[in-house]
Design a protein. Structure first.
Length: 537
């Protein structure tokens, strides 16, 4: 985005003007390279209302309504002292014959230059927004985003996209084109099948291209897909949708059959539906069902991220203020830590020590955990002290709260719970099911996992108690005769750290069933000759 540069410590706004809704994302870029979301707003505008009935002309009332919303967004951004406002428009504006008139209205009232982007650019930004918020685990995925006027399909992995396309299919467009007066009434099965056939014919070449790629996952974004997943959760799970819930094709078919059987006034009463979408949900659902059927997608993960998140990520990269390095989990953890002004040097050293304890403990036969548990320990160790941002007193409780509620990207809810519980007990006594209901809610294996990871984190934290890097390395060297040997290699005097580690002996024995013997091996120190043999504790 030429000429558009971030400057640290300042506030920036992103406006995504779609066919159905307008969104505002306000962020502050912090001096440490992290960013803080100040506001995330969404308002229905129906800019494309009446546009797809014949000529592609934006209606006067729709334009006025949209200009008012965007003007309010701009005023909010300026109240926050935003120095830059990047506003982009998609399908409705892109295809409008009176586009120039609308852009002049926006310039005159909101005092911004609205940038109209192509369908492929919309697909690219959507991919960036979604892919950088989920953990693909080295797999390739198909991404589907259903807007009011267009639908974007992307195939890619965490590093890059391999295919982008934008179809002239959207919830408002399909409703206006195929259900100009019938969207208020129940939709007959034959009528619904005719809509899906129209969608299949229009999307056949794109879907053929998608199926040429080997994909392991599917992600759906946009209000339409989220709302269909909400309805499905209420209908089949009897509760509100949770972050890790998926939308299956089988459930989507039943949801659509139910929605089609209802007139719009009863549709608005369906549990989980956004009443504002009741008149266009049939068109959006038909697109999703037809695409999932032809692309042979049995289920879909749901993402709340989208184009506006892609705008932020793209701008950060182009401005050189972030690098596309590390997994989405690593970037999300670092973002949270830096937002909490954590001691990054200490966090990294504790993490290094904790992973060494985990690896050497496995070799010594203390545990049989694998790479997944190791990764959870790594991320928890990085975040173990972030609660100090609120107060050092009881900071483990604050850390627990922040991890549970920070919406870490790339993690599922079970992983977030395990990380939060592990961080909570890196200073406290062994967890009790009577005192800690969140811990008690975990199953038996998960509770044991929390105890084991927390011990490694406790020892690692104590090994850098002074935050001075006094301990260079800590590792288990053997396990025999009911005893586990922990070797400590110091850089300098580390009596404070050794004292802290000794305090964990009884807890260590309860968890691993072995006594803990500590051996300090002073390799490379100036006074090495004074301690040819290790000091035993």
């Amino acid at each position: 985005m030429p000429g558009w540069k971030f400057r640290e410590g300042r506030i920036f706004a992103f406006i995504d003007l779609g066919t159905n809704s307008a969104r505002l994302l306000l962020v502050r870029l912090n001096p440490n390279g992290s960013h803080t979301v100040l506001s995330d707003q969404k308002e229905p505008v129906r800019l494309g209302e009446g546009e797809f009935n014949g000529r592609s002309v934006l209606q006067e009332e729709a334009m006025q309504r949209t200009v008012r919303v965007v003007t309010n967004f701009v005023e909010m951004a300026r109240l926050y002292n935003a120095e830059e406002i990047l506003a982009v428009a998609t399908s409705a504006t892109r295809e409008a014959e009176n586009q120039a008139e609308f852009l002049r209205m926006m310039k005159r009232s909101a005092h911004i230059d609205l940038r109209v982007i192509s369908g492929r650019e919309e697909a690219r930004l959507t991919y960036l927004g979604v892919a950088n918020g989920v953990d693909l685990g080295g797999k390739q995925a198909v991404f589907i985003d259903i807007g009011g006027g267009s639908t974007e399909l992307i195939v890619g992995d965490a590093a890059k996209y391999d295919f982008l396309d934008s179809l002239k299919l959207g919830a408002i467009r399909v409703t206006s084109t195929l259900l100009p007066s019938g969207s208020e009434q129940p939709i007959l099965p034959t009528q619904y099948e005719a809509i899906k056939e129209y969608i299949r014919n229009l999307s056949v070449r794109t879907v053929q291209r998608v199926r040429e790629f080997k994909t392991d996952l599917a992600y759906g974004s946009s209000g339409t897909i989220e709302n269909l997943a909400d309805i499905s959760a209420h209908m089949f799970l009897k509760r509100a949708r949770q972050r890790d819930d998926v939308l299956t094709l089988a459930h989507l078919r039943l949801v659509m059959r139910h929605l089609c059987s209802l007139p719009v006034d009863l549709r608005r009463q369906v549990q989980g539906i956004n009443p504002y979408r009741a008149d266009i949900i049939i068109g959006g659902g038909a697109i999703l069902e037809a695409l999932m059927e032809t692309a042979k997608l049995k289920q879909m993960n749901i993402s709340s991220r989208g184009l506006r998140d892609g705008l932020l990520f793209d701008s950060l990269v182009l401005s050189g203020l972030t690098a596309e390095t590390g997994s989405v989990r690593e970037r999300s953890v670092l973002q949270l830590g830096r937002s909490c002004s954590f001691d990054e040097v200490h966090a990294r050293h504790v993490t290094e020590l904790a992973l060494k304890l985990f690896d050497s403990g496995r070799t010594a036969g203390l545990h049989s955990m694998g790479s997944w548990e190791r990764e959870l320990l790594e991320h928890t160790s990085m975040l173990h002290d972030i609660g100090s941002f609120l107060s050092y007193s009881n900071h483990e409780q604050h850390t627990h709260y922040l991890i549970r509620n920070a919406d870490l990207l790339g993690f599922n809810q079970d992983e977030i719970k395990l990380m939060a519980e592990t961080a909570l007990f890196h200073r406290r006594a062994l967890p009790s099911r009577d005192k800690y209901p969140d811990y008690a809610a975990l199953d038996r294996n998960a509770r044991q996992l929390v105890k084991q990871l927390a011990i490694f984190l406790r020892i690692a934290e104590s090994a850098d108690r002074s935050h001075a890097g006094a301990v260079a390395e800590a590792r288990f060297t053997s396990r025999s005769g009911g005893k586990a040997v922990l070797e400590i290699i110091p850089r300098r005097n580390c009596e404070l750290e050794i004292w802290g580690i000794q305090n964990h002996r009884s807890t260590f024995k309860k968890v691993f069933g072995h006594s803990l013997q500590i051996e300090v091996v002073e390799k490379g120190l100036a006074h090495k000759t004074k301690h040819e043999s290790p000091r035993i504790y």
